[in-house]
Design a protein around this ligand. Sequence first.
Ligand code: AMP
Ligand code: GLY
Length: 440
Amino acid sequence: MTNILLVGSGAREHAIAKAINRSTIAHQLFCYASHHNPGIIKLTQHYHCGDLKALDLITAYAREQHIDFAIIGPEAPLALGLVDHLQQHNIACIGPTQQLAQIETSKGFARNLLTQHNIPGSPRYRNFTELTGVNAWLAELGDAYVVKADGLMGGKGVKVAGEHLHSHQQALQYCEQLIQHQQPFVIEEKLIGQEFSLLSFVAGNRLVHMPLVQDHKRALVDDQGPNTGGMGCYTDANHLLPFITAAELQQAQTINEATIAALNAEANTTYRGILYGGFMATQHGVKLIEYNARFGDPEAVNLLSLLTSDFIAICQAMLNQQLSASLVQFKQHASVCKYAVPKGYPDNPVKQQTIDISNVTQPENLFYASVDASNNDLTLLGSRAIAVIGIAETIAAAETLAETQIQLIQGPLYHRPDIGTAQLINQRIQHMQSLREVAA
Ligand code: AMP
Ligand code: GLY
């Protein structure tokens, strides 16, 4: 019997729990959660609510439950070094050590690593801790710059010229604000193109890539409104995206592989877990926007719902350095995932109100996130509430399935009806076509 600890309790972790539940390998699942997630509770032997930053308490819980290996869902415990803590007690982990997690936790570290190892795909960038040189660098970049706080900011530390910053003066003000908070920052070239993500299973220097996925960071229809944790994602049946070529896929795979080789060469341990590359397809090829050291939320909902092979077997292979492509198979279907989020999210979300899912006809396609079920009702906690997946032969059919179900959830919620629609996808195809024509 294998005892598995899942750390985290969002839709990503619900997707992980469901994938574990489908495994034919004898196991018991334990969860260290931040709140009562009704979807995960049903799939666990034991469920414990606590602080995901309390590394000692999580480690003590893992020891008490005789955990064989742990899967760390969110970034915060990875950033604090939960893996290092657990490994000290001989508990193996799917997730990198604190040192290796810097690929996500420090944007400056990630950019410097790629530069030092001659890995292609970085925009022009400079790291700063003070205002010296900022003006000159902004002058060189002109109107195409992005200012990024160098740390875990939940997506809120990035300000893009033309969207959040409308003059060099505003950019300087933002830099001054960061300096006041002793926050290092990166100023880099603004990339123009289409974003896509490539997640890979990693064991040492061996990577097995997952289907490409596109997230939607903006809160509102047509990519308007503030940045969020992600309002929904889709994947295509051929595991590419409609606006991405096989050559671009290859470039992204090469960047992920070279980055892991560089990370392992620099560190005193090797990477085990998930590497999430966030890329931009541009007229000058594929560029790296950022790395995450974990599954995306809700990317994991799409990807793990499509996984047909045994997830525990994949985890064990990552831990034993036996990872191979033959262990990892995904259904040749498209998927569309949409998040229902509280009204007012992300800036002023309604909280503590109840929602009703009793009209949903395919509850197996729901993934619970920031909702609490401790007193029978489903109560909104303020972050993204419930993700809904549709899986079908085409993106359009998958979109219809997801949209139909999400509309049946009742409460003070909203979602993006445009995610996965032909109209939005055609805009993306046309955008990439026009960039490629200019390049040619
Ligand atoms: P990050 O936290 O680095 O993923 O950035 C959040 C979002 O800001 C990304 O999803 C992009 O939409 C945008 N962004 C970040 N870096 C760049 C860049 N160099 N050029 C254009 N957009 C960017
Ligand atoms: N959906 C983006 C992320 O998980 O970082």
